[in-house]
Design a protein around this ligand. Structure first.
Ligand code: 13P
Ligand code: SF4
Length: 346
C-alpha cells in the first residue's frame, strides 16, 4: 500500500502540506497496531515531525527531550520508536534490556552524519581541557565520547551548567551552538554540522511573509541560520513552539521548522492558523509553488512500517555493550540537569 499523499492547495508563497493518509487506509492499520501494542506490551513514542497518522496512534508525541524522558521512565517491554535512528538509539541506551524497534532503519539525520566518532575523538585529542556537549542528534558512539548531551529544549541550561574551568566543545550543530553562545554569553568551539532541512529557510522568504503578515508572530527552531533566527519572535524546540503558540494571544503564526509539527499544532490549537514557512528553491529564489519543509528521514516511517516493525520486532536497535555503558552517563547527566529546579540549574 502506498502512503504517498498529494499536497494541499495553499496560497502561493506558503509551503504546501501533505495530506494525511485517507481514513479507509489508516483505520485498519491503526486497529492492527493497537492490537499488537496490547499483545507486545509496547509503548509507541513519536516525534512531532512524524506523519499525522503515526502521531495519532502514538502514546506520546513530543520533542527529543520529552521522548528521552518518556523512554527513561517507561515500563513497557517493547518501545516502538517513531522518529529517527539516533532517537531510537537513545531509548535503547536508557533501556538496554528492552526491545526497541524503529519502523525504518534508514531513518537517519544529516547532523548525525556530519560528526563521525573518529573525527570527534581526533579533535578531542588536541585539547585535554575540552568539555564536550553533544546535541542529541548524533550517534551512540559520539554520545559515548561526550561529557553531557543536550537537546534544543535544554541546550541553554546544559551550557550554563557546564564547568566554568573547561573549554566547551559543542557538536554537531553549528547553528544551535551559535544560538546558545548568543543566549548564554559562553564561548564554545563549534563543530561544523547542520540540519539540511532547517538551513533551507532563508531570510528573504521569511521577510516576504513578515511584510505580508506584519502582526503574525514567527517561531523558528534553533537549527535555523542566524539570519532566520534574528527575524523570529521566538526561537525554541518543537515542544516549546507548541506551548508558545498555545499561550500566545495571536490567532495566526508562521512556523519555521519541519512541517510535520503543524498537525499537532492544529490539534492542540484548533482555533488558530499555522502558516508553514517556505524554503528556497535551488536558485535561491522564493518559489511560487513552495515545497513543504519536510525531513526525508522523518518521513521514511509510515503506518504500514509501524505495523510491520511490531509484527516482526524488527528493525531492532542493537549496540555494543561498551557503547551502551559509556553513552548512558552523558544522557543521564542531561536528564538530571533538566530535572533540577530552575534556580539550581547552573
Ligand atoms: P526537537 O528536539 O526540537 O524536537 O528537534 C529535533 C530535531 O531533529 C529538529 O530537527
Ligand atoms: Fe536531522 Fe534535520 Fe531531520 Fe531533525 S529535521 S532529524 S535535524 S535531518
Amino acid at each position: 500500500m502506498s502512503t504517498v499523499t498529494s499536497p494541499d492547495p495553499r496560497p502561493a508563497g506558503l509551503a504546501q502540506l501533505r495530506r494525511p493518509l485517507p481514513a479507509d487506509q489508516a483505520e485498519p492499520l491503526t486497529r492492527e497496531i493497537q492490537e499488537l501494542k496490547r499483545t507486545l506490551k509496547a509503548v509507541i513514542l513519536a516525534h512531532n515531525y512524524q506523519v499525522p497518522e503515526i502521531q495519532d496512534v502514538a502514546d506520546f508525541v513530543g520533542d527529543s527531550l520529552g521522548l528521552a524522558q518518556q523512554a527513561a521512565k517507561t515500563n513497557a517491554e517493547v518501545i516502538v520508536f517513531c522518529g529517527v535512528h539516533f532517537m531510537a538509539e537513545t531509548a535503547k541506551i536508557l533501556n538496554p534490556t528492552k526491545t526497541v524497534v524503529l519502523p525504518d532503519q534508514d531513518a537517519g539525520c544529516s547532523l548525525e552524519e556530519s560528526c563521525p566518532a573518529e573525527q570527534l575523538a581526533a579533535l578531542q585529542q588536541t585539547n585535554p581541557n575540552f568539555y564536550t556537549i553533544a546535541y542529541i542528534n548524533c550517534s551512540a558512539a559520539v554520545k559515548a565520547l561526550s561529557d553531557c548531551i543536550c537537546t534544543s529544549g535544554n541546550a541553554e541550561r546544559i551550557v550554563r551548567a557546564a564547568p566554568r574551568d573547561r573549554d566547551l566543545l559543542f557538536v554537531p550543530d553549528e547553528n544551535l551552538g551559535q544560538w546558545v553562545m548568543e543566549t548564554t554569553g559562553r564561548s564554545m568551539r563549534l563543530w561544523k554540522g547542520d540540519c539540511y532541512v532547517h538551513v533551507e529557510f532563508r531570510k528573504e522568504s521569511l521577510q516576504q511573509i513578515r511584510d505580508a503578515h506584519p502582526q503574525t508572530p514567527i517561531v523558528a527552531h534553533p537549527e535555523c541560520r542566524k539570519e532566520v533566527r534574528d527575524l523570529a519572535d521566538a526561537v525554541c524546540s518543537t515542544e516549546r513552539m507548541i506551548t508558545f503558540c498555545k499561550t500566545h494571544p495571536a490567532r495566526q503564526f508562521v512556523v519555521v521548522t519541519e512541517s510535520g509539527i503543524i498537525h499537532r499544532l492544529q490539534k492542540e490549537c484548533p482555533d488558530k492558523t499555522f502558516l508553514p514557512a517556505p524554503v528556497y528553491d535551488v536558485l535561491r529564489l522564493p518559489t511560487d509553488n513552495c515545497r513543504c519543509s519536510e525531513c526525508k528521514y522523518m518521513k521514511m516511517n509510515t503506518l504500514e512500517k509501524v505495523r510491520d516493525c511490531m509484527k516482526h520486532r524488527s528493525p531492532r536497535i542493537e549496540l555494543p555493550a561498551d557503547i551502551l555503558d559509556r553513552a548512558r552517563r552523558p544522557i543521564e547527566r542531561m536528564l538530571e540537569i533538566s530535572a533540577r529546579p530552575l534556580e539550581n540549574a547552573g
